[in-house]
Write a protein that binds this ligand. Structure first.
Ligand code: GTP
Length: 188
């Protein structure tokens, strides 16, 4: 495998967080994205952040920051597409900015169980996590066509283009997302 880029998806609108930039809300005194950065960085060669606002604040991390190439907000697929056309190597490992306890071996597991697939995503004991995924950059072209067709369902896209889920049996709390102020208070 060539250079593996970790991509933190931080480009959403954070509506359930009252419109705040979710990656920058604080959990235990630090921006949420930094928790993810700390856990993703040892697993990959380089980390990139996908964000659409407060770019200068994300740049303080020292990571390259990539913005969506679309003007509207078509969802995480837009961030994945924008990152895939920007990476240097062939592969990117994606993680949402709102998953602060993401397992420290998740990328290793995805790489190990990929087989020949161009994409794999995490399935925990209770559900699928398509934004926690390893994706080859050749998926960019079909993803662009999918977005242009008005489609938005990431897991369907990955599955229909040769991807498969990788079951991880970690405690479910490792995959919990922070979406609301109540989620933050519970975890803080
Ligand atoms: N680049 C990009 N990333 C997005 C977009 N929408 C969501 N994401 C990211 O995808 C992941 C899951 O996002 P959600 O929690 O479903 O959406 P959100 O916009 O962040 O939050 P809500 O508005 O409360 O749904 C998060 O890491 C978001 O940062 C988007 O339009 N562009």
């Amino acid at each position: 495998m060539t250079i593996l880029t970790g991509v933190i998806l931080a480009g959403g609108q954070g509506r359930r967080m009252g419109g705040q930039d979710k990656g920058l809300v604080h959990l235990n005194g630090r921006p949420l994205y930094q928790h993810v950065l700390e856990r993703l960085r040892p697993q990959v060669d380089i980390v990139m952040i996908n964000a659409n606002r407060n770019i200068d604040r994300y740049q303080l991390s020292g990571c390259r920051v990539v913005q969506d190439v679309f003007d509207d907000y078509p969802g995480p697929l837009a961030g994945i597409y924008s990152a895939l056309i920007a990476i240097d190597g062939e592969w990117a490992a994606f993680c949402s900015c709102d998953t602060p306890a993401v397992p420290l071996n998740v990328v290793e597991k995805l790489v190990e169980q990929r087989g020949d697939a161009p994409a794999v995503w995490v399935r925990s004991q209770s559900r699928d996590h398509p934004t926690l995924a390893l994706i080859h950059r050749d998926m960019a072209a079909p993803l662009y066509a999918y977005l242009q067709a008005g489609e938005r369902r990431l897991m369907h896209f990955l599955r229909d283009h040769g991807g498969h889920a990788v079951l991880l049996t970690d405690d479910e709390s490792a995959f919990r997302n922070i979406n609301t102020p109540d989620d933050l208070n519970e975890r803080g």
